[in-house]
Each structure stands twice: as structure tokens, then as C-alpha cells.
Design a binder for this molecule. Structure first.
Ligand code: MN
Length: 261
């Protein structure tokens, strides 16, 4: 079993190597990870400049590791390009949860997404943030999941409360809740004129029963299956009755509403 591992906290992050250490017992591990922290970079890819790839000394024996001057998505795209026979992709272990709306901005999820788009089972895995971060439960779970997801096509977003294994209250399949760090940004001055900083505020999570947010709040591990389509319901009251008029205004034409006779 060949496992490609990336993250968004950068190739030196302890969460990455905790994950690699456990996965290396399940199969052959190849690391392609960003050279520096890319949290919040989401699904971004680098198009207008070269992406450098450099083999580095792994922190776990028997593993090959490459530092990528780019994003988590770049790392997985390149990694799958230069490596034959990858069976699955893991991204993490992120230092900090990726719940609710933060899923869309998460570089951890953005890395795993590239594996999923190639048809591979792919897992983003994160631990709720508080010091010290317990990566060991997440790492062990990743090792157990690797044996169970092989051959399937799926994108899983896994979040764990930051507790030891004795304090885990359950394991639940969830849906994505609402709110998060990404809907609570603060803007601040950077000091220099015209320079600002976008800072993470206090997350405004609202998670009902069955959401990722609620599960982690209750001390449970959350496994959220994601899919690559973002479409909402096709009904759109603001536009549904006025599409013919909108089209007429856009491209001209007679007064007869399109679709009527
Ligand atoms: Mn991160």
C-alpha cells in the first residue's frame, strides 16, 4: 500500500510526522509537503511561477520526503505526477480543527481534495487546537482508516477533540456545520501606512445535531464525507420568475418572454 502524505502546516510540522510515523507501519509513505505554513490557502494552486521540489531528510526512517515550494494542492498534484501507484492521500495532522465553513478555506482539505479528484480515497485530518496538541490519537486513527478506505473513492474530513484516547467520547459520521474562524475575521493595521492584516477572530460556530462542530464539542471524533460538487438546491426565488426578462435585458430581443408562446 502506497500512501502520499501532505499537510498545510509545512514540512517541519510535528503533526505531519506524527501522521507519517503511524502510516509508515501501514504501508509505504511518500511525503510531499509545503516548505512553509500554508494554513488558510484552501485549494489554491500555483500557476504563474515554477514550483520547486527538493528531496529532504525524513524525520521517520524508511520514508521519502520532498519539500515543495508551493501549496498543499501543488504538493499533491506534483506528488501524484512523479509517483506511480499511489493508493491514497492523507493530509495533516493539522494543528487546529477544520470545521463548518472553514472546510472551504482549509489547506489541509485543499490538499486531500486533489487526491479525491484523481479518484483516490483521501483524508484530511485535524486536531482541535489548544496547547499541548495531542497528535497521537489522530495518528493512530489514520493508520486504522488506511486499511479500511483502500480502493474506495472518497474525501473524508476528520476532526478530533484535543484529548487523550481515554477521553474520546465517541466516533460519529457527520455533516458540515456553519460558521468558523473564516466567518469571524478581524482586520487590523499592520503599522505601515496602507498595510493591513487579516486576523482570525473567535470562531462563531453554530452546529446542530449531526454536525462536525457538535461532535467535536461533545468530545467525539467527527468523520465528514465531502464531495466535489458545491451546488445548492436549484430553486432560487430571487431569480426563478425573472430569467426570461434577465436574458432579454442581457442579449436584447423582442418582448415575448422566452419559453412562453
Ligand atoms: Mn494548518
Amino acid at each position: 500500500m502506497k500512501i502520499l502524505v501532505t499537510n498545510d502546516d509545512g514540512i517541519e510540522a510535528p503533526g505531519l510526522w506524527a501522521l507519517v510515523g503511524e502510516l509508515a507501519r501501514a504501508g509505504e509513505v511518500i511525503v510531499f509537503a509545503p516548505s512553509r505554513e500554508q494554513s488558510g490557502i484552501g485549494t489554491a494552486i500555483t500557476l504563474k511561477q515554477p514550483v520547486r521540489l527538493e528531496e529532504v531528510e525524513p524525520l521517520v526512517a524508511g520514508v521519502s520526503a520532498y519539500r515543495v515550494e508551493g501549496t498543499p494542492a501543488d504538493s499533491v498534484i506534483l506528488g501524484l505526477e512523479v509517483t506511480d501507484g499511489v493508493d491514497m492521500v492523507f493530509s495533516g495532522i493539522n494543528r487546529g480543527s477544520n470545521l463548518g465553513n472553514d472546510v472551504l478555506l482549509s489547506g489541509t482539505v485543499g490538499g486531500a481534495l486533489q487526491g479525491y479528484l484523481k479518484g483516490l480515497p483521501s483524508v484530511a485530518i485535524s486536531v482541535d487546537y489548544s496547547e499541548p496538541v495531542h497528535f497521537e490519537v489522530a495518528a493512530k486513527l489514520a493508520g486504522l482508516l488506511a486499511h479500511r478506505i483502500r480502493g474506495g473513492s472518497m474525501l473524508l474530513n476528520v476532526n478530533l477533540p484535543n484529548v487523550d484516547s481515554a477521553s474520546i467520547r465517541g466516533l460519529e459520521i457527520t455533516r458540515v456545520g456553519r460558521g468558523g474562524y473564516s466567518t469571524a475575521f478581524r482586520m487590523g493595521q499592520d503599522g505601515a501606512p496602507g498595510a493591513y492584516r487579516i486576523a482570525l477572530g473567535k470562531p462563531d460556530w453554530t452546529g446542530g445535531q449531526g454536525t462536525d462542530i457538535q461532535a467535536v464539542r461533545q468530545g467525539k471524533i467527527s468523520i465528514t464525507p465531502l464531495k466535489g460538487t458545491l451546488s445548492s438546491a436549484r430553486k432560487l426565488p430571487a431569480l426563478d420568475g425573472s430569467l426570461p426578462a434577465l436574458l432579454r435585458e442581457l442579449v436584447g430581443g423582442d418582448e415575448t418572454p422566452l419559453g412562453s408562446s
